[in-house]
Ligand binder design. Structure first.
Ligand SMILES: *[C@@H]1O[C@H](CO)[C@@H](O)[C@H](O)[C@H]1NC(C)=O
Ligand SMILES: *[C@@H]1O[C@H](CO)[C@@H](O)[C@H](O)[C@H]1NC(C)=O
Ligand SMILES: *[C@@H]1O[C@H](CO)[C@@H](O)[C@H](O)[C@H]1NC(C)=O
Ligand SMILES: *[C@@H]1O[C@H](CO)[C@@H](O)[C@H](O)[C@H]1NC(C)=O
Length: 364
């Protein structure tokens, strides 16, 4: 669960039309990725940067800035991609006490090993990255999550002729904050993909059995997302758990020869080796949540996405109950869809998602 410290949210805009993602002849489509800075986010950014189907236009985040700048500049050299610092509070508490932005819900994160420092330093491996000349405070200088994101969306449309998809592998705070300032910008966003929620499986928040961290950490922001007129595809734990990691996946990973292939193997091996409870716990708890979400944006390994607008998010100030998706009689305003079935092969490491992940990150 420690991983969740960094609840990774990336919003990618998915498709009203899956053919866009699957048609290899199409030019890459523009995406903006909203992350919260864990190792899982880091690997998802890498996977997205290396995916030919995606044109990453910028990243909004709130931690581990230098690591992000390093892989962005190494993979998109000379582009100076915007890396924009976002919120470090949630809207639920901040609306009530604007002078002291709150983050009580973050206390649900366990401290200690696998905590913030491990995530920020990539378990000590960050120094092995090819370091950028750009340093993080340059990358974020003068940041303003609302203004800068609006500019990023406008310049993306101007330069590519396409509306960006937003991939959230994070709580919804940044996007909700942005939409409060620029409500009409929903028309300039093609799709949103959101890693979040546990619909018909247990969640991952200790005292709130049906909640998942990205929704739990800011239930007000989640509600505002559902109330917007965005086209949203949720990638919940239900879906992600269908593609668990396995020792055989690690074997395949260990054979990669590229710089980032080896880096990814080393990073995940440390996380696995230091996991409390060993392999049996690791393989039942640790998923590449955020990379899995990138694959959904690419329409890789997806068997079924259904429309489900009969959903609401609980948010009454009860930390043991907030942040759950529940059935509602009132339809969401957003065009809300849920990825429910993944393509699973036998053996599991041959599933399309794993194949694509390995091939893509290994591409030098
Ligand atoms: C990122 O957000 C978390 C939780 O909201 C907060 O504890 C942390 O200080 C933030 N980090 C930065 C660099 O703003
Ligand atoms: C979870 O519940 C236990 C027992 O009621 C309590 O001691 C603990 O503080 C709670 N943790 C959080 C994060 O609310
Ligand atoms: C960020 O930009 C928005 C929109 O222009 C503005 O309302 C807000 O005051 C700015 N925030 C900061 C901290 O400058
Ligand atoms: C929509 O989500 C609710 C709550 O998880 C669930 O009960 C219902 O079966 C879902 N509907 C569809 C069509 O998947």
């Amino acid at each position: 669960m420690e991983i969740n410290i960094y609840f990774v949210f990336i919003v990618l805009f998915m498709l009203a039309d899956f053919s866009i993602a699957s048609d290899k002849h199409q030019k890459p489509f523009p995406v903006i990725i909203d992350v919260d800075g864990g190792c899982d986010d880091f690997l998802a950014i890498l996977y997205a940067l290396k995916s030919k189907e995606l044109d990453v236009r910028g990243i909004t985040y709130n931690a581990s800035a230098q690591n992000i700048v390093d892989i962005v500049d190494d993979n998109y050299p000379g582009k100076n991609l915007p890396v924009i610092l976002g919120a470090d509070y949630n809207l639920y508490e901040t609306d009530k006490t604007p002078d002291t932005p709150g983050c009580t819900y973050q206390k649900a994160f366990p401290e200690g090993a696998h905590g913030k420092r491990d995530q920020d330093l990539l378990f000590g491996l960050n120094r092995q990255l090819r370091l950028s000349k750009r340093i993080w405070y340059d990358a974020i200088k003068g940041f303003n999550i609302t203004k800068d994101l609006a500019y990023l969306i406008d310049s993306t449309i101007e330069e590519t002729g396409k509306k960006p998809t937003i991939i959230m592998i994070s709580p919804a705070t940044n996007i909700a904050t942005f939409l409060r300032a620029f409500p009409t910008y929903t028309a300039k966003i093609d799709k949103v993909f959101w890693m979040g929620g546990a619909l018909n499986v247990p969640g991952n928040v200790p005292n709130d059995t049906r909640a998942e961290y990205n929704v739990y950490l800011d239930c007000v922001a989640a509600q505002e997302l559902l109330a917007s007129n965005l086209d949203i595809t949720l990638v919940p734990l239900d879906f992600i758990a269908q593609n668990p990691l396995s020792p055989a996946f690690f074997d395949k990973l260990s054979k990669l020869k590229s710089f980032y292939g080896m880096f990814t193997y080393n990073l995940l091996s440390i996380i696995r080796a230091t996991w409390p409870g060993g392999d049996s716990a690791f393989f039942t708890i640790y998923y590449l949540w955020d990379s899995r979400t990138i694959a959904v944006v690419k329409n890789v390994g997806v068997a079924k996405i259904v429309s489900n607008r009969t959903l609401a998010v609980t948010c009454n100030g009860d930390p043991n109950y907030d942040g759950q998706f529940v059935k509602s009689n009132i339809l969401t305003n957003s065009n809300f869809k849920v990825a429910i079935d993944a393509i699973v092969s036998t053996p599991i490491e041959n599933s399309p998602y794993f194949q694509d992940f390995l091939n893509t990150i290994d591409y030098d």
